[in-house]
Write a protein that binds this ligand. Structure first.
Ligand SMILES: Nc1ncnc2c1ncn2[C@@H]1O[C@H](COP(=O)(O)OP(=O)(O)OP(=O)(O)O)[C@@H](O)[C@H]1O
Ligand SMILES: [Mg+2]
Length: 497
């Protein structure tokens, strides 16, 4: 079988980091090829080399369609037939859909951009894809999933032979994932090859044909999803067997420490939802993406106006008009949203982690930089944050490792009630396990944890109780003895009457 893409002996060195060390990737036309590996294994780096964003070290070779392949930027890659759909594509939000589709390859008439022709052509492409947006809509008004589809449309229209998708499902709803998979299947039929990066095993087995695994910048191997199972893949990624993917530590359950009663959001995205959690307890909030789970906790956190509801922390009624009011009471909200978590991407790992530690050391009187650094390195170790040192800029960390910095930062604040919104999204299996153990040790100390997750096995594995939401309301609550994938799914698809 001929390969459409062959990458051989690819290396990439960053200051202090050998991100890739002689790896290979061979992709056939019409296949979905998964790239897997722990956070920081080098997946995104390899794809950035393919797109001409990074230059590889000497000695590597890339062949596309049998020919030597040299590109210097994403536009050249696209012109050659390689497109990438990434999460942080930074679309220019004021651009219209049709402008985005034709950027850099405008249709011209007498030397001028022929807007009318572009709009017409875009309309056809959009209709073909089953998307319902106007070509003149600005990207700002589209959802992440719609922006992704526009990128796919663009890739199809330039006749891309290889399309890279780096964690494409991280920010889209389950229904949209199904739509995306539909598009992937159509692309396959046309002979387009997809390189698919994801940490979600279910997706790998649902949509991918082959898997290539890297570990610490090294090539480990390639196999088919037919012959590999989850355990084998984990072993390739982590280098050892992990038997209990969702470890649960025993903790003593005490009194109710947090209660939100009859929460109603002014925008009606949450309607009469009550939840509570006890010391030592882990409460899960399940449901489909878009069910109002994040909206609930953001409402509780004072980030959105509530039109009804009461919040009690340690038995005391709290008035929350801004996040500060509730953080002060010892409640933390860990989300992926960097605006909320205040991750300073251009700051170092130490800056970010010790920002909180500084406040802590200050309350003891004097600020000690040494102390702050000590605390920071303790958490780099605890969460196995992959970084050459605490002085690395956060922006240079891999996606999953940035998320670990967010978690470290909040834990340092020593909250009593920790609400986590999809804490392990984008995080590899081994590191997920570390995070569950950490959560376990927190509840053993008498803290309470609320976890929002779209992964049912994760919720069933680590929670004591699961509240399920559907369409903005609470559709049910289950004790550990009542947990089953089916029950949770049924409750999650409950439609409000
Ligand atoms: N611009 C950069 N400067 C310095 N180091 C970098 C840079 N980009 C990536 N790295 C480092 O290279 C290594 C590989 O990172 P990469 O982003 O490729 O990992 P990944 O496999 O995509 O991980 P994840 O699953 O977390 O997204 C990491 O150690 C990362 O910190
Ligand atoms: Mg990555």
């Amino acid at each position: 079988m001929d390969y459409i893409l062959e990458m051989n002996n690819i290396s990439k060195t960053f200051p202090g980091v050998k991100a890739l060390d002689g790896v290979q990737l061979k992709v056939k036309p019409g296949e979905v090829h998964a790239l897997m590996g722990e956070n920081g294994a080098g997946k995104s780096t390899l794809m950035k080399i393919l797109m001409g964003i990074y230059t590889m070290d000497e000695g590597g070779e890339i062949r596309f369609n049998g020919q030597p392949y040299h590109v210097h930027n994403p536009k050249e890659a696209m012109d050659t037939g390689v497109a990438m759909i990434h999460q942080e594509l930074n679309p220019i939000l004021d651009m219209t859909v049709y402008e985005n589709i034709f950027v850099g390859r405008e249709i011209r008439k007498y030397g001028l951009v022929d807007k009318k022709a572009e709009i017409e052509e875009a309309k056809k492409l959009i209709a073909d894809s089953g998307l319902h947006v106007s070509p003149t809509e600005t990207l700002r008004n589209l959802t992440v999933a719609q922006c992704q589809l526009i990128e796919i449309i663009k890739a199809i229209s330039v006749n891309a032979k290889v399309i890279v998708m780096d964690e494409p499902t991280a920010a889209i709803t389950d229904r949209e994932v199904e739509l995306l998979f539909g598009h992937i299947r159509k692309l396959k039929e046309k002979g387009v090859a997809i390189i698919y990066i994801s940490h979600r095993m279910d997706e790998i087995f649902a949509i991918c044909d082959n898997v290539t695994v890297y570990r610490d910048g090294q090539y480990i191997g390639t196999g088919t999803t037919q012959e590999l199972d989850e355990a084998a893949l984990i072993k390739m990624m982590v280098g050892r067997e992990i038997t209990d993917v969702f470890p649960k530590l025993e903790a003593e359950i005490g009194e109710t420490i947090f209660e939100a009663k009859h929460i109603v959001r002014a925008d009606n995205k949450v309607r009469d939802v009550s939840i509570s959690v006890r010391r030592g307890e882990i409460l899960g909030i399940g449901g489909l993406v878009g069910a109002g789970r994040s909206e609930l906790v953001e409402g509780i956190f004072g980030m959105h106006k509530l039109s009804g509801g009461e919040i009690y922390v340690k038995g005391k009624k709290i008035r929350v008009s801004s996040p500060r009011d509730i953080i002060k009471e010892g409640v933390a909200l860990i989300t992926e949203d960097r605006k909320v978590t205040g991750l300073n991407l251009s700051g170092t790992v130490n800056d970010n982690i010790s920002m909180v530690a500084i406040r802590k050391t200050l309350s003891g009187g004097l600020y000690s930089k040494t102390k702050a650094r000590q605390v920071s390195s303790e958490y780099i170790g605890k969460l196995k944050i992959k970084t050459p040192s605490g002085d690395q800029i956060v922006n240079n960390l891999s996606g999953g490792n940035q998320q670990k910095v967010v978690i470290a930062k909040w834990l340092l604040n020593d909250p009593d009630i920790i609400i986590m919104d999809e804490p392990t999204r984008g995080i590899d299996v081994g590191a997920k396990r570390d995070i569950y153990l950490l959560i376990g040790s927190l509840v053993q100390e008498g803290k309470a944890v609320i976890i929002i997750s779209s992964e049912i096995p994760e919720l069933m594995g680590v929670c004591d109780r699961i509240a399920v939401m559907a369409e903005g309301h609470l559709s049910g609550e289950l004790d550990r003895s009542q947990f089953s994938q089916e029950t949770i799914m049924t409750l999650a698809s409950d439609i409000a009457v």
